[in-house]
Design a protein around this ligand. Structure first.
Ligand code: SOE
Length: 384
């Protein structure tokens, strides 16, 4: 077995990687793993036939029919879990117990209790365990974070924004995420609200302390298409069934530092594809980041506003670290994933990369999600 980080002829042996789940995000993980120099030694998908197909498509040495066999296989150093949420905990626990490092898709688990169990197991294992809150890796997000931390903008006064999508806008749109047995009690907030809240805390250096939320299921019935993929509508005609998980959330929040904020989450907003937007209003200036336009950061002052471009020559060091091509050559989502996986593997090699979202970040957002569910149910403020 090649221990990750073993030196072979003066260079590290390639990290040996397992990918569980071969949908849209599994392919993204596999691409970033290969770019980081890893060897994909096994893939498991939802059926043996799909596992064989995925092994060829993702460049894996072989397919495994059984995920538990793959995540404990002797030749595996790192397990990437890209399955529906209900499988995260059993597979992550098995992998950690077998001495593997783990990259687990968000949300970490189906609820905060299970997420906490994973956080505890990861801490006890001494292994590297990370969660792809990859939007942290946009250089202009890092620039906003650096400027807030440096005090250049003054004290934070207000945080607002949202995350809007439209891939679940109609009753014909479906996903395993709609089913609470597979995704958990929260769907939209756990899936993408977690990204926004992680980013709000990452940029401001503050933490959400209390929430007041309302949620709605505005598509009360959906066609049953568990195999449907995000952003790929349509599919065969199917029976409809009632839906309990939320399509949208509106939320007020207060941070530990006393800052107020508001945010919206929706997966039923026609025309909004992956519209994560966040604005931090400070004493001297405001900054706004839009994920669909990641090459710039809006910086507003009373006397003037400007649009900062991702120019490595003019970025803070933490932002420049991930600006890998000159300004005017757009970087995007995939480069964020590449940087996240590279930082995860660097951590396996003994580094401690700044801002690497470890399991604790996933546990954190599970607690925020749990508070949102309780607040939406009770219609009152709830502490996180
Ligand atoms: C679907 O909402 C999804 O693929 C999320 O699961 C991802 O985390 C997000 O980055 C894009 O949208």
């Amino acid at each position: 077995m090649s221990a990750a980080g073993a030196v072979v002829v003066g260079r590290r042996a390639p990290v040996q990687v397992a990918i569980v789940g071969a949908g849209f995000i599994g392919a993204v993980h596999a691409r970033s793993a290969r770019l980081a120099g890893a060897r994909i030694v096994g893939v498991t998908a939802s059926t043996p036939e799909r596992s064989e197909e995925a092994a060829g498509r993702l460049g894996a040495v072989r397919a495994y029919d059984v995920a538990e066999e793959l995540v404990t296989a002797p030749e595996v150093d790192v397990v990437h879990l890209c399955t529906p949420n209900h499988l995260h905990a059993p597979l992550a626990l098995a992998a950690l117990a077998a001495g593997k490092h783990v990259v687990c898709e968000k949300p970490l688990a189906v609820d905060a209790v299970q997420a906490a169990e994973l956080g505890t197991a990861a801490a006890a294992s001494g292994r590297v365990a990370t969660v792809p809150f990859v939007y942290r890796y946009h250089p202009m997000v890092l620039e906003a974070r650096a400027r807030v931390a440096a005090g250049e903008l003054g004290a934070v006064r207000l945080v607002h924004g949202g995350y809007l999508q439209d891939w679940l806008s109609t009753p014909e749109d479906d996903s395993w995420r709609v089913d609470p047995e597979l995704g958990g009690a929260s769907r939209a907030f756990a899936d993408i609200g977690s990204h926004w809240c992680d980013l709000a805390e990452f940029i401001t250096g503050d933490r959400i302390a209390a929430v007041c939320a309302q949620s709605a299921t505005v598509v009360p019935e959906r066609a049953q298409r568990a195999g449907a993929r995000p952003f790929q509508g349509g599919g065969d005609a199917a029976e409809r069934r009632p839906v309990s998980t939320e399509d949208l959330v509106v939320m007020l929040f207060r941070t530990e530092g006393g800052v107020l904020g508001t945010m919206l989450v929706s997966q039923v907003s026609p025309g909004r594809k992956n519209h994560l937007h966040i604005e931090v209003g400070c004493e001297l200036a405001s900054v706004r980041f839009e994920q669909e336009r990641p090459e710039t950061l809006w910086l507003g002052r009373r006397e003037r506003t400007e649009e900062l471009w991702r120019d490595p020559a003019h970025l803070s060091p933490s932002a420049a670290r991930h600006a890998i091509v000159p300004v005017g050559h757009p970087q995007g989502y995939l480069e964020c994933f590449d940087a996240f996986v590279a930082d995860t593997y660097a951590a396996i090699g003994g580094a401690d990369p700044d801002g690497l979202p470890r399991f604790a970040a996933g546990v954190r957002q599970a607690h925020v999600t749990a508070a949102v569910l309780v607040s939406a149910e009770r219609g009152e403020w709830v502490d996180v």
